[in-house]
Design a protein around this ligand. Structure first.
Ligand SMILES: NC(=O)C1=CN([C@@H]2O[C@H](COP(=O)(O)OP(=O)(O)OC[C@H]3O[C@@H](n4cnc5c(N)ncnc54)[C@H](OP(=O)(O)O)[C@@H]3O)[C@@H](O)[C@H]2O)C=CC1
Ligand SMILES: CC(C)(CO)C(=O)C(=O)O
Length: 339
């Protein structure tokens, strides 16, 4: 493969784009970042500092960082990591389309189950691939991005994505391909139902997961999702060690037993939050309609119940409307969600 063919683009210089693209750049690959003006200014000043809870620090000095707010930078790239929030996908795809090389491949690293289809419709199905990032990345300003949880990146299986998986693994991010990314994205969606609870609790994920009242609300949301997906013939894949059908049962265990059984779920540092919590801190719009909203829509289609997801959506929208978390205790949330 020539140097030219190794060129990577990152569309959306936020938490995931900067962390994943930054690790690739730190490993010596050519990576072009496309970001908003404000992100470009910050990163041109500070470069990238990439930390992780379970491994060494990496970084890219500003002098070596290729970043622009002009989508034309993407015309140099062969593999484009698409890293915007779900609500930005249609507009970003319009910005991206005129600058894509005819041979370029676009890999969505987004949460949610609708982004790949939206990108396929806008850019052509043959060039779009699903990806799934299991870990949390927090941005703390001045080009600092911290990976706070663990897991392997999964990519749809194709020669181009196999090459990307090798680049990612060589850069210190384990990545594999999967032949059933639909199942993977639905499996990830089950975990992302917790993003909304993190907005409502305003506590780190590890503290939230250690509280049985919060877990009971999450268990109810996951159960609604499992009933709707089962009726729709969708089989979410296991992300990590726990099979999806077991998740609600494990979440409802008493604290002492949960701590023993769910050690892999709790393998994170105490900074880990959800990307939706991060959105609230930074006055951005939440992805709620694409996460819990996708479950409510499927449940409506299937005629299955989803009152807890509906209530949580309402509370999250109120929180974003007020610009702050209600910081609900697990017990208060449980009462409000009638679980
Ligand atoms: N953060 C995390 O821990 C994880 C996130 N994910 C998923 O990854 C995806 C990205 O999330 P995350 O990195 O947190 O999001 P961020 O909001 O941190 O990053 C996205 C960036 O893309 C920018 N952007 C959006 N549209 C455009 C455009 N047309 N041109 C240039 N820049 C644009 C956004 O700017 P602006 O805000 O101004 O629109 C923002 O700076 C989401 O689907 C998320 O759910 C998956 C796993 C973990
Ligand atoms: C890693 C995880 C599951 C953390 O909640 C996430 O996907 C997010 O924050 O969006």
């Amino acid at each position: 493969m020539t140097d030219e063919a190794d060129t990577i683009g990152v569309f959306g210089a936020g938490a995931i784009g900067c962390y994943v693209g930054g690790m690739l750049a730190a490993s010596g690959l050519t990576v072009h970042f496309l970001g908003r003006e404000s992100a470009v200014e910050t990163l041109q000043q500070h470069g990238l500092t990439l930390t992780r809870f379970d491994g060494p620090q990496a970084g890219v000095p500003s002098s070596k960082l290729k970043i622009s707010s002009d989508p034309a930078v993407i015309s140099k790239c062969d593999l484009i990591l698409f890293c915007v929030k779900s609500q930005s996908t249609p507009e970003a795809a319009v910005d991206l389309a005129p600058h894509l090389k005819s041979s370029a491949k676009v890999i969505s690293l987004q949460n949610g189950v609708g982004n790949v289809k939206a990108l396929e419709d806008a850019l052509g199905a043959e060039r779009v691939f699903a990806g799934m990032v299991p870990f949390n990345v927090l941005s703390s300003g001045e080009g600092r991005f911290h990976r706070a949880t663990a897991g392997n990146i999964l990519l749809a299986d194709d020669p181009a994505t196999r090459q990307l998986a090798q680049f990612l693994t060589a850069a210190g991010l384990t990545a594999e391909t999967s032949s059933d990314m639909d199942a993977v994205l639905w499996g990830k969606l089950l975990l992302n139902l917790n993003n909304a609870l993190n907005v409502l609790s305003d506590v780190p994920l590890v503290r939230q997961l250690s509280d049985r009242d919060y877990r009971t609300v999450l268990a109810a949301m996951v159960k609604e999702a499992l009933v709707a997906t089962s009726k729709a013939g969708i089989r979410p894949a296991a992300i990590g060690r726990v099979q999806p059908w077991l998740i609600p049962h494990i979440l409802r265990l008493p604290d002492w037993l949960f701590m023993r059984v769910a050690q892999s779920m709790l393998a994170m540092d105490d900074k880990a939050r959800s990307s939706m919590w991060d959105d609230l801190q930074k006055n951005r719009q939440p992805e709620i309609d694409y996460l819990n909203g996708a479950i409510v829509r499927l449940a409506e289609e299937m005629g299955t119940p989803a009152p807890v997801n509906r209530k949580v959506i309402e509370l999250v929208k109120d929180a974003f409307g007020n610009g702050r978390s209600p910081a609900l205790s697990g017990a208060a949330l449980r009462q409000m969600a009638a679980v």
